[in-house]
Ligand binder design. Structure first.
Ligand SMILES: Cc1cc2nc3c(=O)[nH]c(=O)nc-3n(C[C@H](O)[C@H](O)[C@H](O)COP(=O)(O)OP(=O)(O)OC[C@H]3O[C@@H](n4cnc5c(N)ncnc54)[C@H](O)[C@@H]3O)c2cc1C
Length: 426
């Protein structure tokens, strides 16, 4: 049986951050990185928009500003991002403040889905050149921390320390691992909302600020704005029983005037924190996803703002034409999102839309499409034993699936922080 100083599960930014940090701090360590896919499946592979300003991507329960900035400096030194320029920010900020909202100015770069893939390939090559063993297409199934071994779909492997960073889609897998290790956790927070798609001329702020971060009342915020060659996509999730549901998301390819489709999309999300007696936000989210999928005949829902304002459902026959003058980039079901969405969430989201239309007039054009649901499940909150995200002796978690980050740079920083605990076991 092979045995390594460090096994890293997941080749997303959390896993990458840990691997490069171990190489930097313990050059001769033996490292194995496993991923069930050939290329990581999270944000580096999809859109790859990176934010370099606290608190974007850094959950406040685990990070304070000084600490996050210290790690962000290390992430920045390694990734050397080309920060995008911004203009006219103070005008938008003043308009937002008049409404009791805010616009956060952040340092950001955008590689696009194609640029992200190039980055992943480059990082994988660098790891191999530095002696890291990469096993792609290999899936971790279970762990035995008494024997310090994991079982994968191919073999048993030993470790001195292990980082498990399976991302958001590894949510159930991580919960299985926590059951095997006897680690307590909560998953009581979720983000639920819509993805908005419109023409760039109806949301021209993106020419000044690629991914504007607006914060509205009642914990509603804009998130993950994409423009140029921008597309709404659906991500498939399965409940523990195997029932399929979808969340929408968005991405763009790297800037290339000749391929622009003239569209912009962004999420408007509301954070919901559950208290007793509902223990699992994840289960709640799954029910919302299943309901939308049921209504949409197995697809996410979409509704034109013009229909929504009149209180009528969108229909296939009238979805395009006249004022509804652009084709949706996702094959979703024309429907009535207010039938599927909890009214409290919808009320706050619609209020945020109206505020946004006052700050950036045009976004409520009748043609604008609202897709539902967009759900973010990064709310596993394990009981950590220390500041390095250790859950039990020699086992560490990091990244979006473990709740220590909400974005690529936060995940990378989490991986570095976990690695500082891991190297104590070599
Ligand atoms: C579609 C999409 C687009 C996004 N776009 C952005 C963006 O532009 N900017 C941004 O900051 N954030 C974005 N995010 C959020 C982003 O994914 C995360 O913040 C970041 O990628 C999290 O990193 P991670 O390392 O925790 O997980 P991931 O990047 O998701 O990587 C986890 C990896 O673990 C692997 N894995 C899971 N289970 C197992 C197992 N049992 N065995 C072996 N391997 C396993 C998965 O295949 C995956 O490659 C996006 C997320 C999604 C889903």
């Amino acid at each position: 049986m092979d045995r390594y100083d460090a096994i890293i599960i997941g080749s997303g930014p959390a896993g990458m951050g840990a691997a490069f940090s171990i190489l930097k701090r313990k050059k001769d360590a033996s490292i194995l990185m496993l991923d069930k896919r050939k290329y990581s499946t999270g944000g580096m592979r999809n859109d790859c928009k990176m934010n370099f300003t606290f608190p974007i991507g850094f959950p406040l329960e685990y990070w304070n500003e000084d600490e996050a900035n210290r790690y962000l400096d290390e992430v920045t030194d390694f990734l050397k991002p080309d920060i995008l320029s911004k203009s006219n920010i103070s005008t938008y900020q003043a308009r937002a403040e008049r409404l009791g909202c805010s616009l956060l100015e952040i340092r950001q770069t955008h590689l696009g889905t194609d640029g992200g893939l190039e980055l992943i390939k480059k990082l994988q090559e660098m790891l191999e050149e530095n002696g890291v063993t990469l096993s792609l297409g290999e899936e971790m199934l279970s762990i035995d921390n008494e024997k310090k071994t994991i079982t994968t779909n191919r073999r048993e492997i030993g470790y001195k320390s292990i980082l498990i960073a399976p991302g958001r889609q590894g949510f159930h897998f991580l919960q299985d691992v926590m059951h095997q290790l006897g680690v307590n956790y909560m998953d009581n927070i979720i983000d639920v909302g819509i993805r908005v798609e419109t023409r760039i001329e109806h949301y021209p702020i993106v020419k000044d600020y690629y991914d504007p971060k607006f914060y509205f009342k009642e914990k509603v915020r804009t998130f993950c704005t994409n423009s140029g060659n921008a597309h709404v996509v659906k991500e498939q999730y399965a409940t523990e029983r195997g029932d399929i549901w979808y969340s929408v998301n968005g991405h763009a390819f790297k800037a290339d005037e000749s391929r622009n489709n003239g569209l912009v999309n962004f999420a408007l999300l509301k954070t919901v924190r559950f208290t007793e007696p509902l223990a699992s936000g994840q289960t709640f989210a799954e029910h919302l996803g299943l309901l939308a999928s049921l209504m949409g005949g197995g697809k996410p829902l979409m509704q034109r703002v013009g229909d929504f304002r009149l209180g009528r459902r969108s229909k296939i026959a009238t979805f395009n034409g006249d004022l509804y003058d652009f084709k949706p980039s996702l094959d979703a079901s024309p429907s009535d999102i207010s039938l599927a969405m909890p009214s409290k969430i919808l009320r706050y989201i619609w209020s945020a839309m109206k505020n946004l239309d006052t700050i950036v007039p045009g976004v409520l054009h009748p043609s604008t499409i609202m897709y539902y649901p967009e759900i973010k499940l990064y709310a596993n909150k394990p009981e950590y034993r220390d500041g390095n995200f250790q859950v039990c002796e020699s086992v560490f978690f990091a990244g979006d699936g473990a709740g220590t980050s909400r974005g690529i740079t936060g995940a990378w920083a989490s991986g570095i922080r976990a690695s500082e605990g891991m190297i104590r076991y070599f």
